[in-house]
Design a protein around this ligand. Structure first.
Ligand code: AP5
Length: 203
C-alpha cells in the first residue's frame, strides 16, 4: 500500500532524518522542498534566485515552491512530504492537489532546535545527516567530507526559527483545528521517534 505522509515541524525537528527512513521503509518518495531548492539555488526565476532567500533564512516565493511540489507529487506513488507547506497559502494549495493519509508534527523545544541545527553536518555524497554531538560517523573518510549547511550558522538559524513561528505555526494550528494532526515527541531518540511515526502510519 502506498502512503501519503506529511511531516511537520520546526527547522531541526528531525523531518529530514525521519523522512529518509520512512521513504526507505515504505518504498515511497521523499519530497523535500529544501533539498530541491538547494539543488537549484542559482536558478533564475522572476523573483530572483532561491539562494537569495535561503541564505537569509526567508521563505522562497510560493509560486516557485508550489510548482516543485506539484511536479514531485504527480510523479510519486506514495510520498513523505518534508518542508512544505510552510504557510497557509501553501497549505491551501496542497489540499487542492492531493489528499493525505497521515499528518504528523514532530514537537521539539526551541533550545534543542538551535543545538541540533548549529551542530548538524551533511554528507555531500550520500545526503546523510549527522550531528557533531548526537550522531557522529565512525568512518574517518566520511568524517572528513562532512560539511555544514550555509543556513546553519547561529544567526541564520534564529532567523529561520522566527520565520517558522510567524508563517508555519499557523499551518500546524490549521491541521490541529481540523483534527488531523498527530503530535509526536521529537526529543526522543531517533529510533523511538521512527517507531512512533510508523505506528501512526500503519495504525
Ligand atoms: P529546509 O531544508 O526544509 O530546512 P528546515 O525545514 O529548516 O528543516 P531542516 O532541514 O533544517 O531540519 P529537519 O527538521 O529536517 O532536521 P534534521 O533531520 O536535519 O529549508 C531550508 C530553506 O529552504 C528555508 O529556510 C527556505 O528558505 C527554503 N524553503 C524550503 N521549503 C520551503 C517552502 N515550502 N516554502 C518556501 N521556502 C522554502 O535534524 C537536525 C539535526 O538534529 C541533525 O543534525 C540530526 O542528526 C539531529 N537529530 C535529528 N533527530 C534527532 C533526535 N531525535 N535526537 C537527537 N538529534 C537528532
Amino acid at each position: 500500500m502506498s502512503h501519503r505522509i506529511l511531516l511537520l515541524g520546526a527547522p531541526g525537528a528531525g523531518k529530514g532524518t525521519q523522512s529518509k527512513r520512512l521513504a526507505a521503509e515504505y518504498g515511497i518518495d521523499h519530497v523535500t522542498t529544501g533539498d530541491a531548492l538547494r539543488a537549484n539555488k542559482e536558478m533564475e526565476t522572476e523573483y530572483g534566485t532561491p539562494k537569495s532567500f535561503m541564505d537569509a533564512g526567508e521563505l522562497v516565493p510560493d509560486p516557485v515552491v508550489n510548482e516543485i511540489v506539484q511536479a514531485a507529487l504527480d510523479d510519486a506513488d506514495g510520498f513523505v512530504l518534508d518542508g512544505y507547506p510552510r504557510n497557509l497559502d501553501q497549505a491551501e494549495y496542497l489540499s487542492s492537489i492531493t489528499d493525505l493519509d497521515a499528518v504528523i508534527f514532530l514537537d521539539v523545544d526551541e533550545d534543542v532546535l538551535v543545538d541540533r541545527l548549529t551542530g548538524r553536518r551533511m554528507d555531500p555524497e550520500t545526503g546523510d545527516i549527522y550531528h557533531v554531538e548526537f550522531n557522529w560517523p565512525d568512518d574517518e573518510a566520511v568524517q572528513e567530507r562532512l560539511v555544514q549547511r550555509e543556513d546553519d550558522e547561529e544567526d541564520t538559524v534564529r532567523d529561520r526559527l522566527e520565520v517558522y513561528r510567524e508563517n508555519t505555526e499557523p499551518v500546524i494550528e490549521h491541521f490541529r483545528d481540523r483534527g488531523d494532526l498527530v503530535e509526536i515527541d521529537g526529543e526522543a531518540a531517533p529510533d523511538e521517534v521512527f517507531d512512533r511515526i510508523a505506528d501512526v502510519v500503519e495504525g
